[in-house]
Design a binder for this molecule. Structure first.
Ligand SMILES: [Mg+2]
Length: 276
């Protein structure tokens, strides 16, 4: 039941992403499709929040480090009932509360302005520490990308989190093997990624980030005594074969006549059970 709910949400979110991308003619669609199962798992199954009061003090905090993934987060916020689905059509246009790169001051439910990459985990550590001092049971979940593992600040934060024993902090790394400058393995070799987090003192799990059952099991296995990271191997464009099989690019070009094909492929795949 849990997995079904998450999968259905991820499917709707992918549709939202395609609709937003088409409205603007662009967007980081490939990443948002790839990360939809991670975001759906978090918003449908994990986070405690109040849709009518996104700033509720007792909420779990979800920090999107990668501001350019905002299109994916907006889809999740709509699914969570924090923003109206109708508002998604304004994505990226002048005066919209949904800019192309995430801005905390614009969008209800967006905790940080991501986009200067490598800073999300540092903020998450501060928040988790602060919440613990306040005696709050709230958790902090930080979504970061494999490209952000090139940043020294990420590892300073990782060591700090373990030093302070932040059991209220969970990291999710979207390992899609690509970053702005090219394939991650060619820009700066970060593998073996699990060993590095373990050496910093974190609980480490690695899963197929497009397998909802695996994501749920990973969250269920998170322990309370130290920070935990879930390394998620994902596929760019997941759910839309036209995009999954296209040459991978950080910014994917999609022609005007392809959006409808993408939607049809997504729906067909979901109905046939191609999405785990
Ligand atoms: Mg990446």
């Amino acid at each position: 039941m849990r997995a079904q709910r998450v999968r259905a949400a991820a499917y709707r979110m992918r549709h939202h992403v395609l609709d937003m991308g088409e409205a603007q003619g662009q967007g980081y669609v490939g990443q948002a499709l790839g990360a939809a199962d991670m975001l759906a798992t978090v918003y449908v199954d994990q986070l405690r929040f109040r849709p009518d009061n996104p700033g509720w003090e007792g909420r779990d905090r979800f920090l999107l480090s990668t501001g350019h993934y905002a299109i994916g987060l907006y889809a999740a916020l709509a699914e969570a009932g924090i923003i109206d689905t109708a508002e998604l059509q304004s994505y990226g246009s002048d005066g919209s509360r949904l800019p192309m790169s995430g801005m905390a001051s614009y969008t209800p439910g967006m905790e940080i302005s991501g986009g200067s990459l490598g800073h999300g985990l540092t903020i998450a550590v501060g928040m988790a520490l602060g919440l613990r001092y306040q005696g709050s049971p709230a958790r902090v979940i930080n979504f970061l990308s494999d490209g952000e593992l090139d940043e020294g600040s990420t590892w300073e934060a990782a060591m700090g989190a373990a030093h302070h024993g932040l059991g209220n902090l969970i990291g999710m790394v979207d390992i899609n093997a690509l970053q702005a400058d090219g394939p991650t393995a060619g820009v700066l070799r970060t593998e073996p990624v699990p060993d590095k987090w373990a050496a910093c003192g974190w609980q480490v799990q690695r899963v197929d980030g497009n397998d909802v059952d695996a994501l749920l099991a990973a969250f269920d296995a998170v322990g309370p005594d130290r920070p935990s990271v879930i390394l998620c191997d994902t596929r760019i464009g997941r759910g839309v074969p036209l995009l999954e099989t296209r040459e991978k690019a950080h910014f994917m070009r999609i022609d005007a006549d392809e959006w409808q094909v993408c939607r049809e492929q997504l729906t067909a795949g979901y109905q046939e059970g191609a999405l785990l």
